[in-house]
Write a protein that binds this ligand. Sequence first.
Ligand SMILES: NC(=O)c1ccc[n+]([C@@H]2O[C@H](COP(=O)([O-])OP(=O)(O)OC[C@H]3O[C@@H](n4cnc5c(N)ncnc54)[C@H](OP(=O)(O)O)[C@@H]3O)[C@@H](O)[C@H]2O)c1
Length: 342
Amino acid sequence: MSKEYRVAVVGATGAVGRAMRSILAERDFPVKKFVALATAKSAGMQLEYRGQEVICQELAPNSFKGVDLALFSAGGGTSLKFAPIARDAGCVVIDNSSAWRMEGDVPLVVPEVNPDDVNWHKGIIANPNCSTIQMVVVMKPLHDEAKITRVVVSTYQAVSGTGAKAINELVQQTGQVLAGEAPQPSVYPHQIAFNCLPHIDAFLDDGYTKEEQKMVNETKKIMGDDSIAVTATCVRVPVQNGHSEAVNLQFARPLSVERARELLAAAPGVRVVDDPENKIYPMPIEASGRDDTFVGRIRRDSTADNALNMWIVADNLRKGAALNAVQIAELLVERALVRVPR
Ligand SMILES: NC(=O)c1ccc[n+]([C@@H]2O[C@H](COP(=O)([O-])OP(=O)(O)OC[C@H]3O[C@@H](n4cnc5c(N)ncnc54)[C@H](OP(=O)(O)O)[C@@H]3O)[C@@H](O)[C@H]2O)c1
């Protein structure tokens, strides 16, 4: 019989945690025991895993005893404190927060791009930022062919990327505005309904936001190429789920639109949706709930040598978070790496 694992989800009640539960079940991940962890507020809550009731427990230092694999999605502070505790208890951690992503001894993995980086894990593996994941999945086959030298990206990020409370805020504010009431922002600094906020995560001294900086640093680490120049503008838009990105890629060598389409059509995890004449292009309402990263509007940038523009859309809760984490877990199982090296 193939091996089964005791798996914990930290943040099991959250937007990403819920997606993790359903994706583990959908993909038939070999789970012997499922452990749901969250705050004291959720302790005792009945959650569902594969039709079975699971009682949510409060995360505590002894939560990882006998657990083989933990998927963390409970914020950076929780990961900073509890990922080392889990690892020291012999549990391999796949962390969704930004806490460990840029540490030298922590692989930052997108299975379609740098699967072999799981081989050198030391107990903690980081899942990249949602906007970065969908971009590098598309960049990889193009980079292998024509070497990307520069990326200019603008994101249009859904509120689900902020978590369950932000989804409620968009829905509530939309109702309030339509009813002629003035919404009171709570999760975001300004009204998000019928608005766009060029502000995701904290501002840094150089005028960029941390989200923009994450896209720059994480892209280089995942692609294993520090020479790729990346500049980003990250924007929160009133979309419930599914991040979109307008991406301009510049290459060292010529790459035609036709060849780019061909490479992308053959790339794992990518779906080309590019028939503008028939009004067919990727959209978040269609990408939501799906596993692929969708790319369309592929066209030549006539203002630069060897450059293409494109539009990339993916479900940020799935490929941008939970699905990518489960795919990393699958890689660990395939390669017999569900163990903390001593
Ligand atoms: N949403 C995305 O698209 C996305 C993408 C990539 C990465 N991430 C990352 O994933 C993490 C969670 O995001 P989310 O969108 O799922 O947020 P969320 O909907 O707000 O859920 C947060 C989850 O974390 C739990 N939690 C919070 N503080 C905790 C603590 N001190 N101890 C134990 N559990 C704690 C919450 O439990 P309670 O319900 O008990 O409060 C809840 O289950 C964040 O680190 C985020 O940056 C999110």
